[in-house]
Design a protein around this ligand. Sequence first.
Ligand code: 5GP
Ligand code: MG
Ligand code: MG
Length: 185
Amino acid sequence: MSNRVPKEWQEEVSQVLFDKVTIQKRIGELGKQLSADYQSRKPVLLGVLTGSFVFLADLIRAMTCDLEIRFMRAISYKGTESTGNVTIEGLEFLNIESRDVILVEDIVDTGLTLKWICDKLEELKPKSLKICTFLSKKTNKRRPDVPQIDYVGFECEDQFVVGYGFDCDQRLRQLDFVGIYNTNR
Ligand code: 5GP
Ligand code: MG
Ligand code: MG
């Protein structure tokens, strides 16, 4: 376990939440589980841009079953606050009718984004739709109508996280660990 924030990021990141080794170990487990569940079904892994791209890239390399990849885009945050408004782009050419779809999300916080996406995806008539999220936030703001989450990397406390795909105003996505953003600076 390496819990020290690298020097370059100490001003912006107050604490390491999940380090590189911990993340990769968990993704190995998820990949194994998904490969077993989707053997011979050629699932479509549908990544939600931008946050999930790092997770998706590692997840598919931990999977051994045949699969396809697609992306769509959901925008719902400005800085560290949810705007309550979700814009979804890229549904036109998804081609997921009658396919086994695994939606790959970075994080479920209130669940608002997830609900919007799932409602839209159901209209495209996939054969099945399961949800895989890297993080699930323990929050009392979680909406009651959020779809069931089938695969979760880690649960985290209600703090604003950065790194491993998570941004703060488009920065810090490149960190190979997940950290807590330093809001006091
Ligand atoms: P939700 O709709 O579930 O409230 O969250 C929507 C989106 O907000 C997530 O998919 C993610 O992109 C972003 N988000 C939520 N919590 C965090 C966080 O702690 N850090 C970052 N960087 N993004 C977050
Ligand atoms: Mg997201
Ligand atoms: Mg964001």
